[in-house]
Design a protein around this ligand. Structure first.
Ligand SMILES: [Mg+2]
Length: 460
């Protein structure tokens, strides 16, 4: 399933006055940078994702430009997935508005004669209860289901019945497949192949020699013989990170550090919620002009306490900005190499981690009763007095941050792209050589990262 023009649809769901009007959501620091979503009415005027907002205004003067409300999108997304979960044994979300459902037995279990009947029922339920239109496709593999979804968009459902896959796929261009890197698409073109129909006619050996397992899967898909079982996603965290572009380039490095420490505090609270502590940590600072540098440490033992973590964040930050005069554009903190928080009490029925967790729970209860931030840490107080201008409740995009989107739609010139952080997806961002920190048992030693890898290298 996939939400239709999701961010724009959410805005309409949140404000009924926008219904039946062309609506587009603007990204960037001030919400008037580039179009990050446009509803289908706006699309009819030629508005597309990635277009500059002033261009959109020119094309569609009656269109309504809305600033993004990421926290609301996240909430509505959750509402959708909660409902979907009732209809399937396996649900694998892949982004804020996309996911795969195992639909094998669902229609029968819910007393429907056809898959279409149940799919329509679910789509109707979500449209009325959440107010956001979704589309869905059914097929024997994830690739096929996704192509079917795209084919029937917006606000529709399409099943590719067994035995008719090859017919459906014959004219689909290879580059429409998700996860197919430009390099592979080019390699296929060099074999004279543009569509899946053409792939189906190639000898299997040729594809196999050239692309390995991918070649085999592609061949099976093209011939309608790829049958996948949907595996539940592995939810184990590999990385928790936060990358924040400051509201403007900050010349005062100490103010940026306070902001970074505040972000660190926020990230650490997820450790308790998810019962984790981290062995490795990295700090990344990007300056105006997009030049950036990062360092990381490996702690002698996994850590979760701000008391231990904060001074190291400070140390890394100071090393990174030493000798730099440029204002700071973006700060990032991230943790990886996790171990479970060990909550076995010691001989005296106590454990430092246990105590700390109790404290965390107590704070959560206080917040639930008296509102967020009714108890503040010293770091937060200091940040509020000296870096308040950076602390505005700026909602963070949960899955596709602005820069990522800009890269995706080719807004950034090639030269800048190379030097740009790639996936800052909250749980995905990794340094170049994970695990290559200081030896265990030593004091944390900062390590410089190389440039972050480009998406093409990472997934290609
Ligand atoms: Mg979508």
């Amino acid at each position: 399933m996939d939400g239709d023009a999701f961010f724009a649809s959410c805005e309409v769901a949140l404000d009924p006055a926008l219904r039946n009007r062309p609506v587009y959501v603007g990204g960037g620091r001030r919400g008037d940078g580039i179009v990050i979503a446009a509803n289908y009415i706006a699309k009819r005027f030629g508005l597309i994702t990635g277009m500059a907002c002033f261009e959109a205004r020119r094309k569609c003067p009656e269109g309504v430009l809305v600033r993004p409300h990421y926290n609301e999108y996240r909430r509505l997304s959750l509402e959708i997935f909660k409902r979907l979960k009732n209809y399937t044994p396996t649900l694998v979300p892949t982004s804020i508005d996309e996911g795969f459902l195992d639909f094998t037995d669902s229609p029968r279990v819910f007393g429907c004669r056809t898959a279409t009947e149940l799919a329509e029922q679910i789509r109707r339920q979500i449209a009325t209860e959440v107010g956001v239109p979704i589309s869905a496709g059914l097929g024997s593999s994830r690739w096929l289901a996704k192509l079917a979804t795209e084919h029937c968009k917006p606000d529709s459902f399409l099943e590719v019945p067994e035995g008719r896959e090859r017919e459906f796929l014959a004219l689909v261009p290879v580059k429409k497949l998700t996860g197919i890197a430009e390099r592979r698409a080019r390699a296929l073109r060099s074999l004279g192949v543009r569509t899946l129909g053409e792939v189906a006619r190639l000898p299997l050996e040729m594809l196999r020699r050239r692309f390995g397992v991918f070649g085999l899967e592609l061949w099976l898909l093209a011939r309608g013989e790829l049958h996948e079982t949907l595996e539940p996603s592995n939810n184990a965290r590999t990385c928790i990170s936060s990358a924040t572009t400051l509201p403007y380039d900050e010349p005062d490095h100490e103010a940026a550090l306070l902001f970074l420490l505040d972000q660190t505090e926020r990230v650490i609270t997820t450790f308790f919620r998810e019962n984790l502590k981290a062995r490795e940590m990295g700090v990344f600072v990007r300056f105006r002009g997009f030049e950036g540098d990062g360092r990381s440490v490996r702690f002698p033992a996994a850590q979760f306490e701000p008391r231990v973590i904060d001074p190291v964040v400070e140390q890394l930050f100071h090393e990174l900005v030493a000798g730099q005069r440029e204002p700071i554009r973006q700060v990032c903190i991230h943790f990886w190499n996790f171990e479970p928080l060990d909550l076995q009490p010691d001989l005296f029925g106590e454990h430092p981690e246990f105590k700390r967790r109790e404290l965390h729970h107590a704070l959560e209860e206080i917040e639930a009763r008296y509102g967020p931030r009714s108890v503040k840490s010293g770091t937060r107080l200091l940040a509020e007095s000296q870096a308040a201008h950076l602390l505005g409740e700026k909602a963070k995009c949960p899955f596709v941050p602005q820069r990522e989107m800009e890269i995706k739609v080719g807004q950034l010139p090639e030269a800048l792209r190379e030097n740009t952080l790639d996936a800052v997806y909250e749980d995905e961002w990794r340094p170049l050589e994970p695990g290559d920190g200081g030896a265990s048992g030593e004091l944390p030693l900062p390590r410089t990262w190389g440039r972050s890898t480009s998406r093409a290298t990472k997934f290609g």
